[in-house]
Design a protein around this ligand. Structure first.
Ligand SMILES: NC(=O)c1ccc[n+]([C@@H]2O[C@H](COP(=O)([O-])OP(=O)(O)OC[C@H]3O[C@@H](n4cnc5c(N)ncnc54)[C@H](O)[C@@H]3O)[C@@H](O)[C@H]2O)c1
Ligand SMILES: [Zn+2]
Ligand SMILES: [Zn+2]
Length: 346
């Protein structure tokens, strides 16, 4: 008999490992042996603060929503998956019935159950069940680590897609955390000619340059708006994608966007309300968009990784194992400067 175990956050900055029941797949579910789970900024935020906005952790709670693993059993009605398949799990289970689901915009479904968004447990667990249609097969040469990174990559693909980034474009990305970097990879893959990345941490900017940024701007060392004006010969960027989640950078998007250009807000600011110069944007007839997670992009991300158009594994900087999940979180909390992306091998 296989045994299941999970790592729970138990109050802030604390974790415990417990034996938990082996989940039983329903007719249309697969049972997955989890292999790799990425640590996301939101996991770390719950770990430190116990809540994000209105979502509060109550009781012992399993974090983790970026994962890949192996199918070890399937329900009686499952047709497309077999034992032994390796899969990436798309974390949100939606109702399938509302107008958003029916029009393919299922990321807007109000009844979503998303891994590691309270009250739904996440995947720092040895085994988990998941609906067949939310498990995406990984080709042989795509690793489980890459499979786990499909989740953040889908955010970058959605952001660059909403910005309609295309061949020849000039793009500015604020923030070079995991999301900024996958956005960079997505913009390059869509054909952007120039991608400038702004951050305040040199190791992340270094990673951005390694991943193909045309140039980087350290906002600690210069005025980012002036520097981007120089880099773009005063024209600004066709598309500006904000992934830093700081009030300053949200505001700066209106300064660096080109006339007629598009801003996409991805980062979440600490305060819900943040100031923005709408009249500056109007003077340029600029567009302002936001994104919420992603939709229909797991197959796209997996194909892009498989074909080599997107090298997502290069953003991983640290790896830990199942017995060191707490150490991994504490390390990420206290070494933000050095960690670009950490993953757990289960
Ligand atoms: N909208 C969505 O659906 C969605 C999905 C995933 C993540 N997010 C949000 O995206 C943001 C980025 O996520 P992440 O995991 O990459 O976070 P992160 O904290 O790793 O990255 C943010 C980066 O912004 C940089 N930064 C901070 N202040 C800056 C400034 N003034 N100028 C330039 N750079 C600055 C930081 O140094 C850091 O590298 C978060 O706010 C997260 O909540 C949104
Ligand atoms: Zn995430
Ligand atoms: Zn729905």
């Amino acid at each position: 008999m296989m045994k299941n175990k999970a790592v729970f956050m138990s109050g802030t900055n604390n974790m415990i490992t417990k034996e938990v029941p082996m989940p039983v797949p329903g007719p249309k579910d697969a049972l997955i042996k989890v292999d790799v789970v990425g640590i996301c900024g939101s996991d770390v935020h719950y770990y430190q603060h116990g809540r994000i906005g209105d979502f509060a952790v109550e009781g012992d709670f399993i974090l983790g929503h970026e994962c890949a693993g192996e199918v070890v059993a399937v329900g009686s009605a499952v047709k497309t998956l077999a034992v032994g398949d390796r899969v990436a799990l798309e974390p949100g289970k939606t109702c399938g019935k509302c107008k958003y689901c029916k029009t393919g915009r299922y990321n807007l479904c109000p009844d979503v159950a998303f891994f590691a968004t309270p009250p739904y447990h996440g995947v720092f667990t040895k085994y988990v069940t998941h609906p067949e249609d939310m498990c995406f097969k990984l080709p042989d040469h795509v690793s489980n680590t890459e499979g786990a990174l499909v989740e953040p990559l889908a955010v970058g693909l959605h952001a660059s897609g909403m910005g309609e980034v295309k061949l020849g474009d000039t793009v500015v990305i604020f923030g070079a955390g995991c999301i900024g970097l996958v956005t960079l990879l997505s913009c390059k893959a869509r054909g952007a000619s120039k991608v400038y990345v702004v951050d305040v941490l040199e190791n992340r900017l270094e990673t951005a340059r390694r991943l193909g940024a045309t140039d980087t701007v350290n906002a600690r060392e210069c005025n980012a708006v002036e520097r981007i004006a120089e880099l773009t010969a005063g024209q600004g960027a066709d598309v500006v994608i904000e992934t830093a989640g700081s009030e300053i950078t949200v505001k700066q998007t209106a300064d660096v966007v080109a006339r007629g250009g598009t801003i996409v807000l991805v980062g979440m600011t600490a305060k819900d309300e943040t100031s923005f110069n709408f009249m500056k944007l109007m003077g340029k007839e600029g567009n302002l968009k936001t994104i919420f997670r992603y939709r229909n992009l797991y197959p796209v991300a997996i194909n892009a990784i498989a074909s080599g158009s997107i090298d997502v594994k290069s953003i991983v900087s640290h790896e830990f194992d199942f017995d060191h999940v707490k150490e991994a979180f504490d390390f990420v909390v206290s070494n933000a400067k050095d960690v670009v992306k950490a993953v757990i091998r289960m």
